[in-house]
Each structure stands twice: as structure tokens, then as C-alpha cells.
Design a protein around this ligand. Structure first.
Ligand code: PLP
Length: 439
């Protein structure tokens, strides 16, 4: 586009990008406000109010020296990534705006986006583990995460020790001592403490503060990072970096994307924890594509609204299901019966979420009748979308988990997982009522 001219025909000076407004009258702006514009200046894109989708594989450098400097960041000669746009396997405008906005929700210094939640989790683990190392992880994990540790990383000489989600400080001390012993026998180190809280699908919570204390006591200042999959409650209802985690991971496919129309993932944390992950992503690829990043920007504008409504709906639906004669129990964070779990909930969570498990009286047959009878809720895996979804983890998402391990983790045949959406709550209750009638 030609430069604009003044009345004498001289080019007007180019407009400069506006500085970010992140506080006003001494008040920090809230994430919900920042989602509308943070990280993007229309001046840089012909005044377009919304960022365009930047479909390009590569970016023109302003000079050869700038290209060299950018590559120093890409190759890790200088930490922290490139200072400019280089090549779409490394970065891009849509992805960078998305990463800036994702970091805000978790109060993180830096964030990285990926083509799926599993890409984020696999690259995160690979960035920290070498042969001989041990990963310590909570259980249950999403089946693919658990499978990646047990079946894939093990082929590269990485072993693991796991502990039940609600483990106490004493139990955690013992687990870390065992992991340290194993690592030294194998000539490696404890490379990462990986948590999922609440766990999929049981909603069992991990005491992140206790994990942090145990890690610091066992390893001092040079301990392994604590990473946590916050997909079930984030970014609204749990902020794990405030409770001692170093890295937060997401399947953005769920609440953040929120419309069941994309697949993506992210990790966030201090730059020192993100640098090795960014470096491996630069090598492997796996960054979210520009269109998906753009859709996630659209989604982030409403994430607080959607999650708030879904949370309110879930509370109403669970209040109905709780007393239903065909329901044996609920795995809903709003109705916790175990005092240890309730204590963790009160310290770590800002809301009970909208994904929960319903234990029906009976087994697989009764669950299948219920699922097949649903008319408003859809029979599908995944969660966190605008529409209500229901599934049977034991025969679907967690089918690859051996039966014995499923029993140990509480993933029983009578468990139906429900993710409540933003429909009318009474319509949902009517649907569950008629579906339970078919059981
Ligand atoms: N973590 C949790 C807790 C999940 O539920 C899922 C998917 O269901 C994932 C990670 C994987 O995310 P994605 O499907 O985006 O790869």
C-alpha cells in the first residue's frame, strides 16, 4: 500500500503501533477486558479491527542483520525465541497474539500454542526427559497422556512413578524418594513432576501446594519442574501457577476453544521453563496453525461468559441428578464428600466446573441405555463446548487403560462423563430425566 501523503504531496510519517493498555487509573485490567485487544494493534494491519489470518509460510526480514538476529533466537544461541517473525513452523502473528493472551489467564510470563493438547503435552515431556530419567505423575491422567509416558517414553529409556491424586505430603515425600532412588540406579534424574487436576474422568484433585513443598524439600532450588494439565478447570476456575506449579498445560480443544470446532493445545509458565519447549517445537513443528489461532482469539473473548454459564448450569443439573433414584453417586466438585478432597478444593479451586461423572445404578448396559436415550445432550467424547456432551469413559476415552488400572483409578463401568454446556438448564434436566427413565 503506498504511503499516505500530506497536502504538499510529502509522505506522512508512518503511524507507530500503540502501546499496550494493561492498566487504567492504577487498576490492572481484567483478563476478560484484555481478550478484546491485547497483543494486537490495528495500525499494523491496515486498521482491521480484528487481526487478519496471516496465511504465509515465511516472513520477509527488514534486513539481513535482522534475519541473523532472529535466527540466533530460533536456534537457541540467544534464549527466548526470535524477536521477529521468521517462518511459520516457529511463529506467526496469530499465534503470537494468542500466546500473549493465553499467558494473561494464568498469570504466566510466556505461553506456547500447539496443534493439539497432546502435541503440547508430548513436546513438553520430551523437552525435559532424557534416557535414564524418571517422570513422577499423578493418576488418573487422560489416557493418551498416561499412554505416552508408559508406552512411548519408556521406549526411550524414561521410566515413571505414579501416585493417587489425593496423595498427602508424607505420601509425596515417599514417592519422590523412590523416584530419586530409581533415577540414580538408572543414571538419570527426576525430570518432571506431571499432574492432572482434576483428573479425567474422576475429578480427583491433586494437592499442588503439597507437591510443591515435597519437591522443594527433596530437591532444593534445582528441582524438576511441576507441570499440570489444567484442562478441566482452566482458565477460569483454577490458577495452578499461584499454588506452586511451574508449567500449566491445556487442551485448548475444550473450554478455551469452547465450540467443539477446533483442536489445539498450549503450555504456559516462566520463560526459563518455556525455552526448552519452544526450542523443541521449533525443531519438530506442532505449533497451532494461523486459522486455528485466529479462532481461539475469537473464543477467548467469550471464555469467561461461556464458562460461567456452563458452571451455573452444571450446578442445577447436579442438584437434580444427586437425588435421582437411578443415580448411585456423582463425581462433581460442588458435592465433595471426602474431607481431604474438600480441603484441596477450597485451597485451589474458584469454581466446581461443568464436567463431572455420574455413577448410575448398574453397569455398562444401564449407561449405554441412558446415553442412547439422550435427545438434547450429544453422545460424544470431549468436553468444554457450548453443547452438552455425554460419554462412557471405560469403553471410550479410557478403553486403552487396562481393566485393573481402571478399577484402581475409579473408572468403573457405571460411570458416565457429562460436560454441561450453555443451553437452558431446565431443558437439560428434562433430557436427563427422560433418559434416566429409559434405564
Ligand atoms: N488433557 C485432558 C485432560 C483431556 O481431556 C484431553 C482430551 O480429551 C487432552 C489433554 C488432549 O487434548 P487434545 O485432544 O486437544 O489433544
Amino acid at each position: 500500500m503506498p504511503d499516505a501523503l500530506d497536502s504538499s504531496g510529502n509522505p506522512l510519517p508512518r503511524r507507530k503501533p500503540k502501546p499496550e493498555v494493561t492498566s487504567l487509573n492504577g487498576r490492572r485490567l481484567k483478563p476478560a477486558t484484555l481478550m478484546m485487544g491485547y497483543g494486537y494493534d490495528p495500525v499494523l494491519s491496515e486498521g482491521s479491527l480484528k487481526p487478519p489470518v496471516f496465511l504465509t509460510s515465511t516472513f520477509a526480514f527488514e534486513s539481513a542483520a535482522a534475519g541473523k538476529r532472529h535466527f540466533e533466537g530460533i536456534t537457541g544461541i540467544r534464549e527466548g525465541g526470535a524477536e521477529g517473525l521468521v517462518y511459520s513452523r516457529f511463529n506467526g502473528p496469530n499465534q503470537e497474539i494468542l500466546e500473549d493472551r493465553l499467558a494473561i489467564w494464568d498469570g504466566a510470563e510466556d505461553a506456547l500454542c500447539f496443534s493439539s493438547g497432546m502435541t503440547a503435552i508430548c513436546i513438553l515431556m520430551m523437552a525435559y526427559c532424557s534416557a535414564g530419567d524418571v517422570i513422577v505423575h499423578s493418576g488418573p491422567l487422560y489416557a493418551a497422556s498416561e499412554g505416552f509416558v508408559a508406552k512411548t517414553l519408556s521406549r526411550f529409556g524414561v521410566s515413571y512413578v505414579d501416585f493417587p491424586a489425593g496423595a498427602t505430603r508424607d505420601e509425596l515425600d515417599n514417592i519422590l524418594a523412590r523416584a530419586t532412588e530409581m533415577a540414580s540406579e538408572q543414571g538419570g534424574k527426576v525430570a518432571m513432576i506431571y499432574l492432572e487436576s482434576p483428573g479425567n474422568p474422576t475429578n480427583a484433585l491433586v494437592d499442588v501446594q503439597a507437591v510443591r513443598d515435597a519437591r522443594d524439600a527433596a530437591f532444593g532450588a534445582d528441582g524438576p519442574p511441576i507441570a499440570i494439565d489444567n484442562t478441566f478447570l482452566g482458565p477460569l476456575w483454577q490458577r495452578p501457577l499461584e499454588h506452586g506449579a511451574d508449567i500449566v498445560a491445556y487442551s485448548l480443544t475444550k473450554y478455551v476453544g469452547g465450540h467443539s470446532d477446533l483442536v489445539a493445545g498450549s503450555v504456559a509458565g516462566a520463560k526459563k521453563w518455556m525455552n526448552p519447549v519452544r526450542s523443541l517445537r521449533n525443531t519438530m513443528g506442532g505449533i497451532a496453525d494461523p486459522n486455528t489461532a485466529w479462532m481461539l482469539l475469537r473464543s477467548l473473548e467469550t471464555v469467561e461468559l461461556r464458562m460461567t454459564r456452563a458452571g451455573e448450569n452444571a450446578a442445577k443439573v447436579c442438584a437434580y441428578l444427586r437425588d435421582h433414584p437411578k443415580v448411585e453417586g456423582l463425581g462433581y466438585l460442588g458435592f465433595i464428600s471426602d474431607p481431604r478432597q474438600q480441603d484441596i478444593y477450597e485451597r485451589h479451586c474458584l469454581g466446581a466446573g461443568s464436567t463431572f461423572s455420574v455413577f448410575l445404578k448398574g453397569g455398562e448396559e444401564e449407561c449405554f441405555r441412558f446415553l442412547d436415550a439422550l435427545k438434547v445432550a450429544k453422545l460424544a467424547v470431549s468436553l468444554g463446548g457450548t453443547e452438552t456432551l455425554a460419554s462412557h469413559p471405560a469403553s471410550m476415552t479410557h478403553l486403552s487403560v487396562p481393566q485393573g488400572r481402571r478399577t484402581e483409578l475409579g473408572i468403573s463401568d457405571n460411570l458416565v462423563r457429562i460436560s454441561v454446556g450453555i443451553e437452558d438448564a431446565d431443558d437439560l434436566i428434562a433430557d436427563f430425566e427422560q433418559a434416566l427413565g429409559a434405564v
